[in-house]
Design a protein around this ligand. Sequence first.
Ligand code: NDP
Length: 295
Amino acid sequence: MAIRIDGKVISAQVLDGVASDAAAFLDSYGIKPGLAVVLVGEDPASQVYVRNKIARATESGLNSIEHRLPMDTTQDTLNQLVADLNADPAVHGILVQLPLPAHLDEEQIIAAISPEKDVDGFHPVNVGALSVGKESLVPCTPQGCMIMLEQVLGDLSGKHAVVVGRSNIVGKPMAALLLQANCSVTIVHSRTPNPQALAQQGDILVAAVGRPEMIGADWIKPGATVIDVGINVIERVGPSGGTQRKLVGDVDYAAVEPVAYAITPVPGGVGPMTIACLMKNTLVAARRLQQMSGV
Ligand code: NDP
């Protein structure tokens, strides 16, 4: 049986570290590290994510500042809020929950956030710093995947990692982090011919596709470590005949588990790690900002 990489357990360890660092920060500077979370509109999934982020922040001893804006918020209003948060010394991290309603320009908002407070790690300055291996705020999901991989495999040096997906928020930064950890990295995407053949060569496989249970056992090298980033809601016929909604990953867990060395479940794998790394980034940002201010 494969090792089940438990994101709940590992994220709790990360959050314990954040809580003690946050207490030390409060002792040193007399303020809590502050995370501002901005939600525009009423998207149900985003509301759940924001609620969870605020809860984890509060539990970890951070000051969470919530801004809920209506669906018809204008670009100017959102830009002004971000400018105010950039200027607020009590705010160390700014997270604008994505996706934004279609009339708002996401790229413009991401670029408007001060890179020092960009705890999502999506600002071009942080993206560039990551790609050249400089200190940066690293996107939370791939950062969480790296913590899990290093916990189960130790040194990743020399391993062949295959990343399925090349989005700016998961696939590309994931590949950059694996490269930094001295893996040989292959990126597979929707235009890759015969992606299974490449995936089967991976000692590590990271799936970030957004297609329910697309990755079956025929994608996996026996003994590989599999990280499933996907979060997909599907409807299935339940035992009583009615339809049931279920959360599944991009990996067919039941099929892949017997072939893999280790694997993350969905839910309870990458998801909790993403939130824990957001808290970790807020601490990193708070310490750097405090040092920069020379207080
Ligand atoms: P995107 O839709 O932005 O990217 C999906 C990627 O998968 C694209 O690069 C696409 O290729 C590639 N792809 C699509 N179909 C195939 C295929 N048949 N074969 C190979 N590659 C394919 O998704 P995200 O990266 O934002 O998210 C991926 C998944 O991860 C989603 O389920 C999302 O919900 C989840 N997620 C989970 C998080 C967590 O905390 N656990 C955080 C963020 C995301 P191309 O570029 O060519 O179109």
